[in-house]
Design a protein around this ligand. Structure first.
Ligand SMILES: Cc1ncc(COP(=O)(O)O)c(C=O)c1O
Length: 448
């Protein structure tokens, strides 16, 4: 059997037969991007199973055989690669993980993608690859606590990569913070964790292009809802552990961007993904690719419920933060960049003023009315809630939290879709009314 016919049963539907992005030196590029992420996903190449199954087979091998000894040399020199179905070792490329990467690239409208073992490994590998020792990043001051700690503490100590944190909504301030020749990257979250500030991606992209720096956008909170690369971002990163997984049972990440970037990160001598090795397991990749086709439906439902609860809470006089509400300061930006039909996302915050009141509300929501679960993370079918200041943003100092707008009483909610809207609303309302009653009782006791 010739190496070029290693897998005669392999079949696929749609997309291009040769993989254009993960190319060996001899392949060509052809790609067409659809504007809607669900449409793009449906147009991506569909892999069938080895025996004609509607699902692709899981390629569980760590290593791959060749039929002729010389093929190995050609694979290591880059002459033959995954684009032509030549695989060496699964820390490099694995067919099942590559299939998921292709789906992620279709959703985000990028040329290529690579899937990793966690969101943090995707982010840290990218930062190390792009910035290099002594490089400089300009980042939003409101980022997920782990990303903030990576930039503020780990990278300066480990390799002298430093970050200037700015108000990402102030484009002039962003421009001024970029240092000619030293700044390599502008880094923001589409919707910030946990304050839900929305980045003006087209505006940031203009600044990044003018200054010659890479715009990286973490789109963990808003897959399908916003497509940063279609708006000018160079690279999109994800914690796939969240909405994309949807099951709160997997830790995973992704980097979506130009094929040249992904290929450089796989370089045998210099590639951060190849050499640090945060690769995804093929069985995990298979599980995730089965969930992507219903991501659009899930996001629509998360969004519809978050909007319904936020609207009703606002009417009750609760201090609710949801960019889907017309009076949210970033509502106009989000409306202008969101993909039509996916709503405004499934994340919502309630500001209870103090940590004590935030904890009391979460206690009632979980233990009195069964509305949701006290847990970090997001994107699950049950509602998850946490007090950000004392949990997922606890890496920030008190001053950093203040600057980022993280109130001590901020309860971040990832709105689930289990149960009916009315059932869940009555549970949420009951807990909020209980909090209002307790406040009146406390005030009366203090006054008497
Ligand atoms: C916005 C954001 N980015 C990145 C991460 C890190 O992802 P992971 O937990 O998959 O490593 C998180 C985790 O909470 C997150 O919320």
């Amino acid at each position: 059997m010739a190496d070029t016919a290693k897998n005669p049963k392999k079949r696929c539907n749609g997309g291009v037969a040769e993989d254009d992005a993960y190319k060996s030196k001899s392949s060509k590029m052809t790609k067409q991007a659809a504007a809607d992420p669900a449409q793009a996903l449906a147009s991506a190449r569909h892999e069938f199973g080895e025996h004609g199954g509607v699902n692709m087979s899981i390629e569980a091998s760590a290593t791959f055989t060749v039929m002729e000894a010389d093929t190995m040399r050609k694979m290591f020199s880059g002459e033959l690669g995954p684009d032509r179905d030549f695989f060496v070792y699964s820390r490099h490329f694995n067919p099942t993980v590559l299939n998921l990467a292709r789906q992620m690239a279709a959703i985000e409208g990028t040329e290529a993608a690579y899937c990793t073992a966690s969101g943090m490994s995707a982010i840290s590998s990218l930062l190390l690859q792009v910035c290099g020792a002594g490089g400089h990043i300009v980042a939003s001051r409101c980022l997920y606590g782990g990303t903030h700690a990576l930039m503020a503490h780990f990278l300066p100590r480990a390799c002298g990569i430093t970050t200037t944190f700015v108000d990402a909504g102030d484009l002039e301030g962003v421009r001024e913070a970029i240092r000619d020749g030293q700044t390599k990257m502008l880094y923001v979250e589409t919707m910030s964790n946990p304050t839900l500030a929305v980045a003006d991606i087209p505006g940031l992209s203009r600044v990044a292009k003018e200054k010659g720096v890479m715009l990286v956008v973490d789109n963990t909170f808003t897959p399908m809802v916003v497509s940063p690369a279609r708006l000018g971002a160079d690279v999109v990163v994800h914690s796939v552990s969240k909405f994309i997984s949807g099951g709160a049972d997997i830790i995973a990440g992704a980097i979506c961007g130009p094929a040249s970037l992904v290929n450089s990160m796989m370089d045998l001598q210099h590639g951060a993904l190849m050499l640090l090795g945060p690769t995804m397991n093929a069985k995990v990749a298979f599980e995730l690719s089965e969930r992507l086709p219903h991501l659009s439906l899930r996001m629509k439902e998360h969004s519809a419920r978050a909007l319904a609860y936020a609207t009703r809470m606002k009417k009750m006089g609760v201090k609710v933060i949801y960019p889907g509400l017309e009076d949210h300061p970033n509502h106009a930006i989000l409306s202008s960049i969101a993909n039509p039909g996916y709503g405004f996302g499934g994340m919502m915050c309630v500001d209870m003023g103090t940590e004590e009141r935030a904890n009391r509300l979460m206690h009632h929501l979980q233990n009195t009315t069964q509305f949701g679960l006290m847990a970090v993370s997001l994107g699950y079918y049950e509602t998850l809630m946490s007090c950000s200041g004392s949990s997922t943003s606890s890496e920030l100092s008190a001053r950093e939290k203040e600057l980022a707008g993280i109130s001590p009483g901020l309860v971040r909610m990832s709105v689930g879709y289990s149960g009916t809207v009315e059932q869940r609303w009555s549970q949420l309302e009951k807990a909020l009314l209980r909090m209002q009653d307790e406040l009146v009782l406390n005030n009366n006791n203090n006054n008497s």
